[in-house]
Design a protein around this ligand. Structure first.
Ligand code: HEM
Length: 500
């Protein structure tokens, strides 16, 4: 081969390399330019239905976060899709999640489909906005669910008594020597419903509470159904609307009676069921000018109470049930938790009836680890929807004003980047400060089972107390084995368990 041909070939190679570099650079600039003004990458799927069917199908599989996992792999932690009739930006990015949670009322606002808003009622805390939301959120927190309210306002004795009442009923069957069969989720729901009714309107369990619960269950089903028009009253949604009217009527009746009592007494004294005057319930708070700025009509009071009944019900009861499920599958953790709780009971001496005190609740470190871990891996609130009120710029992307956004808590909770061996149920991870450190260094968006910002769940402490009291009486009074597998078990199958 002569030297002329060699240099010609070398020239060709150099030309190809230079062209490659130029094209790559042009492409990179184009991508950066596009990203700066564009939605996050993704796919909007089929016309009209978008990726809704894929979303629904994905959640019928065994994977806990299938829809998001697959898209995060393809597009990154921020991606665009089209679900439930709307283009939606999904986030599995803790930084973005934290930003959105903190921007409520400024860059984003809460956004529920109209079928859900109708069931909730326009004046529920979940739909309130602006200054009124701020006032009512703070009232709910301080009066109903803050540590001080639980500790000082006789809430804990009520929780203790009502939890015990249900658990006692399990062993009071005529043939109590043979084991009872308990549908745990049903029982947990019964407990949370009775407790909330007690806190809101001071009614103890009885016929009134049971009939309210029957209607309420129909109402709850409506949240998970297709919203056919209301005149189709035989559909799940139609039945839910009818049930809402009945719940509304029952609550209005209570409000009227309360007003008459107050008028008769001529004073705003505190009251509680059975005539003991220990503390105000939520209704009393609202009637005594809960929202002093604007006052509340009967309709507004009903919406407000009803939403509180909805918000803490499924959430707390599923975590109670799933904590038991995880403990059943992890005997070592159950043994540790039982040891902790038996220690607390032992300190109370021979008096089996002595209720748990706030100081007892504060001395259950391992129980809190179990609750934290259950909330991390299996919270039924997997994330929340918002709508952007302005253009949002994040990591070079632009989310335009009016766009729907879903921030996924669970996708972050199950991300190995933030939690080692993330899909393993491991309550011991909470014993070292790994997660607390993450919250500080990695940003507050890493562990958010109760949301954050101005819509942070006001029931976060109350829920923990209820679950703790429930676990206390369960493990100190009962032993159990799984009777059959159900849908909750199926949902949990992908998790493994770590024994330290
Ligand atoms: C394990 C139990 C619970 C979990 C996991 C949970 C979770 C959440 C989450 C994630 C939010 C934020 C929603 C958003 O940002 O749009 C929220 C809001 C809320 N939660 Fe809870 N919750 C629980 C128990 C309770 C309880 C017991 C109550 C009763 C007081 C309650 C009342 C509320 C209310 C009223 C809101 C709306 C707050 C607002 O929009 O200002 N929750 N909850």
């Amino acid at each position: 081969m002569d030297s002329g041909r060699w240099s010609l070939q070398l020239f060709d190679v150099m030309l190809v390399v230079i062209a490659g570099i130029v094209f790559w650079e042009l492409g990179r600039r184009r991508r950066t330019r596009a990203a700066a003004g564009r939605l996050p990458p993704g796919s909007v799927g089929l016309p009209v239905v978008g990726e809704t069917l894929r979303l629904i199908a994905a959640y019928k599989t065994e994977d806990p976060e299938p829809f998001i996992d697959e898209r995060v792999r393809r597009h990154g932690r921020l991606f665009t899709t089209h679900v439930f009739g709307e283009r939606t930006v999904f986030s599995a990015d803790p930084e973005f999640n934290r930003m959105v949670l903190g921007a409520e009322g400024r860059a984003v606002e809460c956004s529920y489909p109209s079928s859900i808003s109708t069931l909730l009622g326009a004046h529920s805390l979940l739909l309130m906005r602006g200054a009124r939301h701020k006032r009512m959120h703070s009232l709910t927190l301080t009066r109903l669910a803050s540590p001080a309210a639980i500790r000082d306002a006789a809430l804990l004795p009520d929780i203790d008594r009502l939890v015990r009442r249900t658990l006692d009923s399990w062993s009071s069957s005529p043939s109590s020597s043979s084991p009872s069969r308990v549908l745990l989720l049903d029982q947990a729901k019964k407990i949370t419903f009775e407790l909330t009714v007690k806190q809101l309107v001071s009614f103890d369990p009885g016929e009134w509470t049971e009939s309210l619960r029957r209607e309420y269950l129909l109402l709850i089903e409506g949240f998970f159904s297709i919203p056919f028009p209301s005149f189709l009253s035989f559909t799940t949604y139609g039945r839910a609307l009818k049930a809402r009217k009945k719940v509304e009527a029952a609550l209005k009746e209570v409000i009227r009676k309360r007003k008459q009592e107050k008028a008769a007494a001529g004073a705003t004294m505190t009251r509680a069921a059975g005539g003991d005057k220990k503390r105000k319930d939520m209704l009393e708070e609202l009637m005594d000018g809960g929202d002093e700025e604007e006052g509340m009509t009967e309709e507004e009071t009903v919406d407000f109470l009803l939403a509180l009944l909805v918000a803490g019900y499924e959430t707390t009861s599923t975590i109670m049930t799933l904590a038991v499920k995880f403990l059943t599958d992890l005997p070592h953790a159950l043994a540790l938790l039982r040891e902790e709780q038996e220690g607390i009971r032992a300190k109370k001496g021979d008096d089996e009836e002595q209720p748990l005190a706030w100081s007892d609740y504060k001395s259950m470190p391992f129980t809190q680890c179990v609750i934290n871990e259950t909330l991390r891996v299996a919270n039924i609130i997997s994330g929340v929807f918002r709508r952007s009120m302005t253009d949002i710029h994040f990591k070079g992307y632009k989310i335009p004003k009016g766009c729907k956004v879903f921030i996924s808590f669970r996708a972050v909770h199950l991300d190995p980047e933030y939690f080692e061996d993330a899909r393993t149920f491991n309550p011991w991870r909470w014993q070292n400060n790994e997660v607390a450190q993450l919250q500080q260094t990695g940003g507050a968006g890493v562990y958010t089972p109760f949301g954050g910002g101005s819509r942070l769940c006001p029931g976060y402490e109350l829920a923990r107390v209820v679950i703790s009291v429930f676990l206390h009486y369960l493990v100190t009074g009962f032993s159990w084995e799984e009777a059959e597998r159900d849908r909750l078990n199926e949902f949990l199958r992908p998790y493994s368990y770590r024994i330290d």
